[in-house]
Ligand binder design. Structure first.
Ligand code: NAI
Length: 405
């Protein structure tokens, strides 16, 4: 097994900085790599400020454990930052690295180029782990010369706070690479909850967590369009949200605004190509993005965010969104994930969702309600013709109940 001592964090924007921070906190040597000096300098400063704040709160890792006679000694921010260097030359930077974790822009040709540069210039054993959200790990590694040493390592935002890391096995990823990536990820600290590593056994769109939650957007986009036809939107999003009420931490219109309608549209467009044409975004989403009504980030989406997070009045319901159907859609997708061999069992899907989205997975509800779920889904498909939401065989048979592990 390769021993990982030094990691190159490649592309140190939003995600790369978080990844570098947790890698430093785990005790790894880290080199920050980006395309311009100002980007690596900014990232270095951002990480140093973050470390300083954690030091003030006493949240940096322990350097010398407590003994019977002495207290535990924690690392200082300066000690951890002393293990951090900077570079704008990937070929030179990887020469003494054992692993690259890339978080460069989401473009296939860029990811392919940097994976090849890594393999051409790094030591023989170097591992290339991609934080892509949407791209095929197999394709990223295919032409780099050592596809067995390429895997996915998918973090959630904000990296230091989100417990889930998905480790993805591409078609060519070797067992050794997969295991080394798992072991490395396990060592990365998380500031809230406990680190959870999701094993993604197949390179399929959305991996586990994003895939599980993707088809709910088909339903919600359909519901937005229904609400428009009935004159509920654009003026009364609170009525649609009232259909879900307090069952969810954030009801659909608030959540869509929070995530950003442009992000939702982008994810649906991606899934339209990767999974099914039924992901095609509806009229409401498309028009709102065109008009720049993106939600929280622009101050206006379904709601006006100028006074902070909206607190909708749930007294009148639209009667369009059925929470049971929403649960059924996610349960069905969980079963598809198992059918395709992406996850090892229902527990892994549920735990990944909790660690990646802070929300329970579908199988607890599903065990008791799967027969009803089949009915809800069939009725909806018959009404709308949205074939992607048809119940899959594993859901219909209830066979998922025997697939806990
Ligand atoms: P970002 O735009 O904040 O950062 C990307 C960085 O990559 C920039 O600093 C850019 O200068 C750098 N870069 C571009 N080309 C490069 C090259 N050839 N060599 C080195 N650096 C290069 O993007 P963000 O949001 O951090 O996303 C990065 C990756 O992480 C993407 O693949 C994205 O899909 C994935 N991701 C993003 C999440 C999010 O919530 N933003 C969540 C999970 C994954």
């Amino acid at each position: 097994m390769v021993e990982i001592k030094k990691i190159a964090c490649l592309g140190v924007g939003l995600m790369g900085q978080g990844i570098a921070q947790v890698a430093l906190m785990a005790g790894y040597d880290v080199v920050l790599v980006d395309i311009k000096d100002e980007f690596v300098d900014n990232a270095y400063k951002g990480i140093a400020v973050g470390m300083g704040k954690l030091a003030e709160k006493g949240k940096l890792p322990v350097k010398t454990p407590k003994t019977e006679t002495t207290e535990a000694v924690k690392y200082t921010a300066d000690e951890l930052m002393a293990k951090c260097s900077k570079s704008t030359d990937l070929a030179a930077a990887v020469k003494d690295c054992d692993m690259v974790i890339e978080a460069v822009i989401e473009k296939m040709e860029v990811k392919k180029t940097v994976s090849k540069t890594t393999m051409d210039n790094g030591p023989d054993h170097i591992i290339f782990a991609s934080n892509t959200s949407t791209m095929s790990i197999t394709e990223i590694g295919k032409d780099c010369g050592k596809p067995g040493q390429v895997c996915g390592m998918h973090f959630f935002n904000p990296v230091p706070l989100m417990a889930c890391i998905e480790i993805i096995k591409g078609d060519d990823t070797s067992d050794e690479t997969f295991k080394t990536a798992m072991d490395t990820a396990k060592k990365l600290p998380v500031l809230r909850g406990k680190r959870y590593i999701a094993q993604v056994m197949k390179d399929r769109p959305g991996f586990i967590v994003n895939r599980l939650n993707a088809p709910a957007n088909i339903y919600l986009s359909w519901a937005f369009d229904q609400a428009l036809e009935k004159g509920i939107l654009p003026d009364k999003p609170q009525m649609l949200d009232a259909d879900i009420g307090k069952v969810a931490a954030m009801p659909p219109c608030v959540l869509s605004d929070y995530v950003g309608l442009d992000t939702l549209l982008h994810v649906m467009n991606y899934n339209e190509g990767a999974l099914s044409p039924d992901f095609k975004p509806g009229k409401v989403l498309t028009d709102m993005v065109e008009k720049g009504l993106l939600g929280r980030k622009t101050g206006k989406g379904f709601y006006d965010w100028s006074g902070g997070r909206p607190q909708p009045d749930f007294s009148e319901k639209a009667g369009i969104i059925d929470i049971n159907l929403l649960f059924s859609i996610t349960l069905n997708e969980g079963c598809r994930i198992l059918e395709e061999g992406v996850a090892t069992g229902t527990k892994s899907v549920d735990d990944s969702n909790m660690a990646g989205m802070n929300s329970p997975g579908p199988f607890g509800w599903g065990k008791r309600n799967y027969e009803k779920a089949v009915g809800y889904l069939n009725a909806f498909v018959e009404k709308t013709g949205i074939e992607y939401l048809k119940p899959c065989d594993l859901l219909i048979s209830g066979g998922f109940k025997k697939m806990r592990k």
